[in-house]
Design a protein around this ligand. Structure first.
Ligand SMILES: Cc1cc2nc3c(=O)[nH]c(=O)nc-3n(C[C@H](O)[C@H](O)[C@H](O)COP(=O)(O)O)c2cc1C
Length: 505
């Protein structure tokens, strides 16, 4: 394993960089027009005397950490376990909107031991859903579910492997709702982070995400409420993830306000709200942000185009921040968390098989697993085409040429989730649709496949335009898509091994 919490980003790097870089000079022009000049001196007496906000007893200090970024769709439980496996020090879960969490039910999955937050989907009362329920002996159905709709898992976490390492990210625009939502999960996580960076219309129109950057008092009010009501009650810290504003002066005013709210950490995604993901991150304001955070004793993580642990080490040293956060590079290959000295990037077949194992272990939705495998497997690989055409865990295991043990796991996962040979029988109409779909997807060449993937990449890029993340903000769309893909699985789930431990929160 690359690194542990005790030997962070590179412990020496994080510790000395913060002080050395206090002398870094900062450009004061527009958002990212210029890069910060490299630090010029080593430790100064003033720097060593910097304050540090106390870290609550169950919380985590972001200092010296290389962390997995919050990613809707790409940051579900198996992805986080994979990142931890390859040495991520902390993992952020995907943004979850406060509304969806309030009223959710917490349960422990009796088969996997995972903690799952569930609620009835909005289409709970549709006739289609009732039919699904009638066909279902879903072990996870809530006994109080009078409407008869299968519940959907909105958040899943591993109480063992993620213990002390999982930061829950909240999408919110209201202090009271933020506190109510945070209460639901706070006992199971090591920190609550507020998303103040999502530029998608879904977030912005709801006053969430990057809209909060233009309403600093509202954002500060949310953070203060969380620090006042959640930190003492649950012993965890509150943090915020922001983007750059247009000018250093604007960003500085914002950060100065935020570090006085009681937060323990701040992450800056080094792009402005209108910047597209494909535009290079700009780091001209970073040293200033780090300085303001450090004056208040708040940890500062940098994000944007960080490629690997070794790259993070260099950047931390250069900008004096406390650590770094990786999104896109980790989505494609989470072994980027492993330093070159510890083995560096793993080959995609190893990463893909490991991912598949984690996905099966935690009963991840097959549609989400397929999506993530498509990020990991190169478009020109034969396995990419086979995974794309696959519909079950057995299909994925075969596509990845897994050994017999994995194939047996896949069969069991299919049985539990009602996939492949365990899929409920369909009516003739549905069957026809399925056949048509299958025919459409038949046998494209490797080249076609590669260009298809490139094209899809471009489409996704366009989708993300002006925005961060293919899923973020598009969360509802993504979830709706995954939901529809998931319905048959839920409907077919077999009788429980043991009675589910449903604990209402
Ligand atoms: C698929 C995807 C989903 C994302 N979802 C979120 C999210 O839920 N919350 C958030 O704050 N940022 C989200 N982001 C933005 C990332 O956390 C990160 O800030 C951004 O991608 C820049 O980091 P990178 O250059 O390492 O990709 C998402 C990004 C991607 C690619």
């Amino acid at each position: 394993m690359a690194t542990t919490a005790e030997t962070p980003v590179s412990a020496a790097t994080a510790a000395t960089a913060a002080t050395a870089a206090t002398a870094a000079t900062t450009a004061t022009t527009a958002a990212g027009a210029t890069e910060t000049a490299p630090p010029t001196t080593a430790t100064t007496p003033a720097a060593t005397a910097l304050p540090r906000v106390p870290i609550p007893p169950r919380g985590v200090d972001y200092r010296g950490k290389l962390v997995l970024a919050p990613m809707v769709r790409s940051g579900e439980l198996p992805s986080r376990l994979l990142a931890l496996h390859y040495g991520a020090d902390l993992v952020w879960g995907p943004e979850t909107v406060d509304h969806s969490l309030i009223g959710a039910t917490r349960r422990v999955n009796p088969r996997t031991g995972m903690i799952e937050y569930t609620r009835q989907p909005s289409h709970a009362y549709s006739p289609a859903n009732s039919a699904a329920r009638n066909n279902s002996n879903d072990s996870n159905d809530n006994d109080n579910n009078e409407a008869g709709a299968a519940e959907s898992v909105i958040y899943r976490l591993d109480p063992e492997r993620e213990k002390g390492k999982l930061v829950f990210q909240l999408g919110t625009s209201d202090a009271e709702r933020a506190v109510a939502a945070a209460r639901v999960v706070a006992a199971d996580v090591a920190g609550i982070d507020v998303n103040a960076g999502c530029p998608k219309p879904f977030s912005m129109l709801g006053g969430m995400g990057a809209a909060l950057l233009r309403a600093p008092e509202k954002l500060a009010g949310i953070l203060e409420a969380l620090a006042r009501d959640i930190t003492p009650a649950f012993g965890i810290g509150i943090s915020v993830k922001i983007r750059l504003l247009e000018t250093p002066a604007e960003t500085e005013a914002l950060v100065r306000r935020l570090v006085r709210t009681g937060i323990t950490g701040l992450t800056v995604h080094c792009r402005t709200t209108p910047m597209r993901p494909r535009e290079r991150a700009v780091r001209g304001q970073l040293a200033m942000i780090r300085r303001v955070c450090h004056e208040a004793g708040v940890a500062c993580l940098m994000n944007g185009d960080v490629e690997s642990r070794d790259h993070a080490d260099l950047l931390v040293r250069e900008f004096g921040v406390d650590g770094a956060m990786i999104a896109t590079a980790a989505e494609k290959n989470p072994s980027c968390f492993r330093s070159r000295a510890d083995g560096g990037l793993a080959a995609w077949p190893e990463v893909a098989r490991r991912y598949l194992r984690f996905a099966m272990e935690v009963e991840n939705r097959a549609a989400n697993t397929k999506y993530l495998l498509a990020q990991i497997i190169p478009g020109k690989a034969l396995a990419y085409r086979d995974v794309q055409r696959g519909r079950s865990y057995s299909d994925f295991a075969q596509a990845l040429e897994c050994d017999e043990e994995m194939r047996a796991m896949a069969r069991e996962a299919d049985r539990v989730l009602g996939l492949g040979e365990f899929e409920p029988k369909r009516g003739p109409k549905q069957k026809n649709k399925q056949q048509q779909k299958g025919q459409q997807g038949e046998q494209p060449s490797g080249q076609q496949q590669e260009s298809k993937k490139r094209k899809r990449g471009q489409d996704e890029e366009e989708e993300r335009e002006g925005g961060e993340g293919g899923g973020e903000g598009g969360e509802q769309q993504a979830k709706a898509k995954d939901e529809s893909a998931k319905r048959p699985e839920v409907a077919a789930e077999p009788a429980p091994v043991a009675a589910p431990a449903a604990i209402a929160v």
